[in-house]
Design a protein around this ligand. Structure first.
Ligand SMILES: Nc1ncnc2c1ncn2[C@@H]1O[C@H](COP(=O)(O)OP(=O)(O)OP(=O)(O)O)[C@@H](O)[C@H]1O
Ligand SMILES: [Mg+2]
Length: 591
């Protein structure tokens, strides 16, 4: 029973809540909205005034040949339409202004959320969805936040007005509405629910469409080399077919809603005629009253039709807002620490640290104990997938340990503020990420943006990047293209290393930082880094063991555990995994 009641209600409580919140965005521009509304009222008013005066004026003008009117009438007409023209111009621009601003605020809010959400969020869905939220979903709220609001307000007023007219003219004939109203409410509620569900699915589909394009564009080389064109084409066709199908569902819903409203309207009109022609009534109802009620009903019907039509914009907007608000409401990165870390001594301890990735409950780390003393170099080696990157990803809190704890300078590292903790860390990751811009902008990125040209060049020199930068037409002010696509893999790595050098942070993490370099460059950078590592705590991950022989300690990882630990000499003497690995590489390079 209560279920039935809920279904009859046009909107459920949750949608009302979402819509209210969305209107909060429009409400910030209330003066503009007010002016627009006044403009719309002025437009409608001027037209109504003109229409109502038309007949008496015509009589005076054409029959009495009033000389005053003959002179002023043409100007009058121009005047009234000028008022209407200006009013409608201001109103339309005002509404457009509000809706564009609302869309932009929403886009900025979602983007800001992307900047503060934890790293785990980005692995939780395809990046296509993240992009399409900004490019597609945000756009969907434009109509709902303004135009639909306008239609709802003005048409509701019309409906109420027409209803009043009908009641005033004949309560008896107004009973015909008893058929109309419940039927229209039923149609509108069914239709709006359908719009909402389909819109949600369209959003998801648009995410997939974006994702598919993104993949094919990014992987354009793989697509060509491996002849993936047909597969990519198929895949795109599938998702775009689905999007078209869903969009057509919206069209169908709208068409059905239009014609069923029409049918219901004819029932109501027939009902009215039936009521009027009852033998007991037929003598009491004058043609004038009948025509007046009929006209009022006609006006009400067209308003009701517009109100049902606007549901599609409204519900699409609500479904979109729902999706966007869900992102805005996600908890940001945990940053409960209060201590501001100035400059850490670099005393780092992992105590029984475990990590289970939430996505597939994969246990990547199982009770890792590791002490990195200030100013020492710790090398992590081990098979691919043994958990090396996972372990260092805990340091800047990209992932939170599921068990155990990490101490920095003797204190739990979560007691420091996130920003001050990350401030201590320079990082060269396994996948170098560069930004569209100049070499200098890439080296002095983010907080480093104020660095002097001298310092940037010094960092580039230490990273042995200056040799190729100098050859660029504009030197360090040369553009490197999107993602650094005008540079070679090794050149990109050297820019990333220069960035880390410039940061001059007390903790340095190098995750395969030199893997793309030739042996000669690698050796040179190693020397530079050696110099850099002297007074900081360094964690190095490397597959080429020759680069880590001089590390203060080497930890060998296997399946999320540290299985051997010691210096190069100690581990060779132990004759375990490390010694085996070393033998293998030594033989390889000896060949
Ligand atoms: N975000 C993630 N969600 C689920 N599992 C993950 C995630 N990242 C890594 N893993 C898994 O955790 C394990 C350890 O990964 P990790 O990247 O730490 O290995 P690694 O030692 O750095 O390997 P490599 O030498 O190849 O870089 C792997 O088996 C990997 O499949
Ligand atoms: Mg790794």
């Amino acid at each position: 029973m209560s279920e039935g009641k809920k279904n009859v209600a046009l909107w459920d409580a949750a949608s009302r809540q979402v819509y209210k919140r969305l209107l909060g965005y429009s409400a910030r521009y209330w003066p503009v909205i007010l002016i627009s509304m006044i403009g719309f009222a002025l437009d409608g008013g001027a037209l109504a005034y003109f229409t109502s005066k038309l007949q008496p004026i015509m009589d005076k003008l054409l029959e009495q040949k009033d000389p005053y009117l003959i002179r002023w009438m043409p100007l009058w007409i121009i005047g009234i339409f000028l008022v209407r023209g200006v009013a409608i111009l201001i109103s339309n621009y005002g509404m457009g202004y509000v809706s564009r601003n609302v869309v932009q605020s929403m886009q900025r809010d979602v983007f800001a959320a992307y900047l503060r959400l934890p790293a785990s969020f980005f692995g939780s869905e395809h990046s296509g969805h993240q992009i399409s939220r900004i490019t597609y979903t945000s756009e969907q709220i434009a109509g709902a936040s303004t135009d639909a609001l306008k239609v709802t307000v003005t048409e509701s007023i019309t409906v109420i007005g027409m209803f009043a007219v009908m009641l005033y003219k004949s309560v008896y004939l107004t009973m015909a509405l008893l058929i109309l109203v419940p039927a229209i409410v039923l149609i509108a509620s069914a239709v709006s629910r359908r719009y909402r569900t389909v819109s949600r699915r369209i959003q998801g589909m648009m995410g997939s469409v974006t994702g598919t394009v993104e993949e094919a564009v990014k992987a354009h080389r793989e697509v060509r080399i491996y002849g993936g064109q047909q597969q990519a084409d198929e895949h795109f066709k599938q998702v775009s077919d689905r999007a078209r199908y869903l969009n057509l569902k919206i069209v169908a819903t709208s068409a059905i809603s239009g014609s069923s409203t029409q049918t219901v309207a004819s029932l109501a009109l027939a009902g009215m005629v039936y009521l009027a022609s009852r033998p007991s009534q037929i003598d009491h109802i004058s043609p004038g009253v009948f025509i007046a009620v009929l006209t009022a009903m006609g006006g009400m019907l067209s308003s009701l039709k517009r109100l049902t039509n606007v549901q599609s914009t409204m519900q699409t907007g609500i479904a979109a807002a729902e999706n966007l608000f869900a992102i805005l409401d996600m908890p940001p990165e945990v940053d409960s620490g209060t201590q501001v870390l100035e400059r850490t001594k670099g005393d780092l301890r992992f105590e029984q640290v475990g990590l289970i990735y939430p996505r597939d409950h994969f246990e990547a780390l199982r009770g890792v104990d590791l002490r990195c003393a200030p100013g020492t170099v710790t090398a992590l080696v081990g098979r691919s997938g043994s958990g090396k990157s996972s372990l260092v990803s805990l340091l800047p809190r990209f992932n939170e340990p599921t068990s155990g704890r990490i101490l920095l300078d003797g204190e739990d590292y979560t007691s420091y503020t996130l920003a001050s903790l990350r401030h201590q860390i320079a990082w060269v990751g396994q996948n170098v990420v560069l930004f569209d811009g100049t070499v200098a902008e890439n080296i002095a990125y983010g907080e480093l943006a104020g660095a002097s040209e001298q310092d940037i060049i010094a960092a580039a020199e230490a990273a042995h990047a200056m040799e190729f930068i100098a050859k660029l037409p504009d030197g360090i002010h040369g553009q490197i293209g999107e993602g650094g696509n005008r540079l070679s893999g090794g050149q990109r790595q050297r820019i990333a290393i220069a960035r880390a050098i410039l940061k001059n942070a007390p903790i340095l993490v190098l995750d395969e930082a030199t893997s793309a370099l030739d042996t000669e460059s690698e050796r040179l950078i190693q020397q530079a880094l050696q110099h850099l590592m002297r007074d900081r705590t360094t964690l190095v991950i490397a597959h080429r063991l020759s680069t880590i022989e001089h590390a203060d300690q080497i930890a060998v990882m296997d399946q999320g555990r540290i299985v051997e630990q010691g210096t190069h000499g100690e581990l060779l003497a132990l004759d375990g995994q490390y010694a085996a690995l070393h033998r293998m590489q030594f033989h390889q390079s000896g060949d």
